[in-house]
Write a protein that binds this ligand. Sequence first.
Ligand code: UD1
Length: 355
Amino acid sequence: METQKKILLTGGLGYIGSHTATVFADAGYDLIIIDNLSNSHEDTLEVLKKLCPSKIKFYDADLRNYEDIEKIFEKHALEIWFVLHFAAKKSVGESCQDPFLYYDHNINGSINLLQAMEKTGVKNIIFSSSATVYDSENILPPFTEGDRTRTINPYGTTKLMIEQLLRDMVMHKWFNAIALRYFNPIGAHPSHEIGENPKGIPTNLLPFILRVVEGKIDKLEVFGDDYDTPDGTCIRDYIHVMDVAEAHFAAARYLHERNLVNETSDMYTAEPIFETVNVGTGYGKSVAEMIAIVENVVDTEVPHVVVGRRSGDTPVSLANPLKAKKLFNREAKRTIMQAVEDARNYLQITKKISE
Ligand code: UD1
């Protein structure tokens, strides 16, 4: 693989960005990280510098400020092999309360990023999309990339719109783009020095349960046990965050090996590529099963109470992981138990529970 080139990560100090940073760094790539620290922690940068064998250049910048982004690309364009675009707002509830905020950060931010890339001849991008783009009310799990898409909240809509924007950049501006549709990433880096540590009260299941375990929150509210599933609670495709991180590397390698990446930026030897690819395991766990797994790992009961359904929840979300296997020759390797243990160890060892 290309060794001199660098990887630019937007949102590289966030949960998935920081784990992916370590994978590329371990493979020998220097990193350029852009992050506005809105939902990440500055000390993650110091930890990354310690964990990563390669060099890291950090920019505290917001994708919504085009001039700042253009300057960064003007400075580094010739060195950049891939852009990994993680930076986004990602809370479904918040997006329904304030759609403009989501369109501003996610859409305007992505337009600025793509414009700066286009202007400086950087054309390879891997984008963090989400399983939320699937029309889960009208298709049957497992979800396959060709299945119908439809969104029911502004967060999901921004992800789908960015996928479409990328498709147009590929068709008309010779970009190469892969949109990775994440299912439910959980867990932490094996060093347990980086992990998931959202600011404020978490909305995702595992971080919430772990706060209950730490005694920071009294009990978990289980959103509905009357779904048409074996135990009545919703089923999700949880995947270890290091498997998600490695999927980015596999995607980059795929584009590289297809000979689509040319160092002289504007010249390509083959048709440009656009792909959407699921990042999941194909196996599901229910909320009740997740509680049992955590109880097993921490050896204590997780207080919980069943409440009403959360609006917008789909009963079963599962990936068909075959396209990732076929294109990238890779599949998830780690277990859910491992992910829960890693998440727990990260929080315990680093005492990272946000108040
Ligand atoms: C959610 C978003 C999804 C987004 C992803 C990002 C919704 C409907 N979906 O996925 O669009 O891409 O986060 O991380 O918000 N649960 C409880 N109690 C809790 C929290 C969760 O019972 O306190 C249940 C939920 O009902 C769900 C499961 O746990 O069945 C997983 O929830 P969560 O971790 O929020 O993930 P998703 O809803 O799958």
